[in-house]
Write a protein that binds this ligand. Structure first.
Ligand code: NAP
Length: 267
């Protein structure tokens, strides 16, 4: 390399580093977060964008947050209406994301739904809806994303499970089955995808404040707080911290793991 050329390359590298520092650690990378219209998904979208990631998300319906974020980040945010009840549409979404951003580095399988009811009375349709949205669709979404990541040489996948996967609670047996399924999926897929440079982990939250827990009776909430060594419910940010850690280079040798974030409730 001539002196002039090497100086030009050094300048370009410094400019790139400065730009990266200015825009954050995710600069240029692309994340798919399912269910980004509210709750944990919304917090993840906000924090990933702040870190310089380009972010694609979907939900069944839009929200004020989606409208505001689309306006504020026209080149780095993408939202579509997708219903995980129809897993094939999730694949189309991934194709659209790749067409829009040209790469894919992170998938967070966050969207989920719960119907609390004893199994004796739960209609078959409600069983099927939960299993499709919480387990079948995330698996199909992961397959589509992992193929793209493999072509690119690597990536990271984080599945949002629940402490219902590791402890029994009345009224959530079907939901628990889907979340335990996600944890099993995580471990075996990590073995399949390690050689492709893709890490697969799950975050296992205890109760945190969101639409999902908003209806919780006050007495139930107090009971959970009393049984939690750290004395409170989590915030969505507590859970997002774990997702962002698992997505980051700091977790570059972590795969196949389920990280419980519950203030010690299940310890
Ligand atoms: P949330 O506030 O209810 O938000 C769920 C998100 O997923 C929304 O954006 C929702 O948008 C979307 N979504 C739901 N069903 C969908 C479907 N069929 N197709 C497409 N999008 C769908 O939930 P959250 O409390 O943040 O929970 C996030 C994740 O953490 C879930 O997987 C949940 O199981 C898990 N988790 C939550 C808690 C808790 O205490 N909150 C505890 C443990 C685990 P639309 O409704 O518009 O579709």
């Amino acid at each position: 390399m001539t002196d002039n050329l090497s100086t030009a390359v050094q300048h370009a590298e410094h400019a790139e580093q400065a730009e990266g520092a200015e825009h954050g650690v995710g600069e240029g990378r692309v994340a798919v977060v399912s269910g980004g219209s509210r709750g944990l998904g919304r917090v993840l979208v906000e924090r990933l964008l702040a870190d310089g990631w380009r972010v694609a998300t979907f939900s069944r319906s839009s929200s004020a947050f989606i409208a505001e974020t689309s306006a504020a980040h026209p080149g780095s945010f993408h939202w579509e209406a997708v219903d995980l009840g129809d897993p094939a549409t999730a694949r189309t979404f991934v194709r659209n994301v790749f067409r829009t951003f040209g790469r894919l580095d992170l998938l967070v399988n966050n969207a989920g739904l719960v119907r609390e009811e004893l199994l004796f009375t739960m209609p078959p349709k409600a069983i099927e809806t939960q299993i499709t949205a919480n387990l079948v669709a995330p698996i199909m979404l992961t397959q589509a994303c992992a193929r793209l990541m493999t072509r690119q040489g690597g990536g990271s996948i984080v599945n949002i499970s629940s402490i219902n996967a590791v402890r029994g609670y009345r009224g959530v047996s079907v939901y628990a089955a889907t979340k335990a399924g996600l944890d099993g999926f995580t471990r075996s897929l990590a073995r399949e995808l390690g050689e492709n440079g893709i890490r697969v982990n799950s975050v296992v939250p205890g109760y945190f404040d969101s639409a999902m827990t908003a209806e919780m009776p006050a007495a139930h909430r107090v009971r959970i707080e009393r049984r939690t060594p750290l004395g409170r419910l989590a915030s969505a940010d507590d859970i997002a911290d774990a997702v962002l850690y698992l997505s980051s280079p700091r977790a570059q040798f972590v795969t196949g793991q389920s990280l419980v974030i519950d203030g010690g409730l299940t310890c």
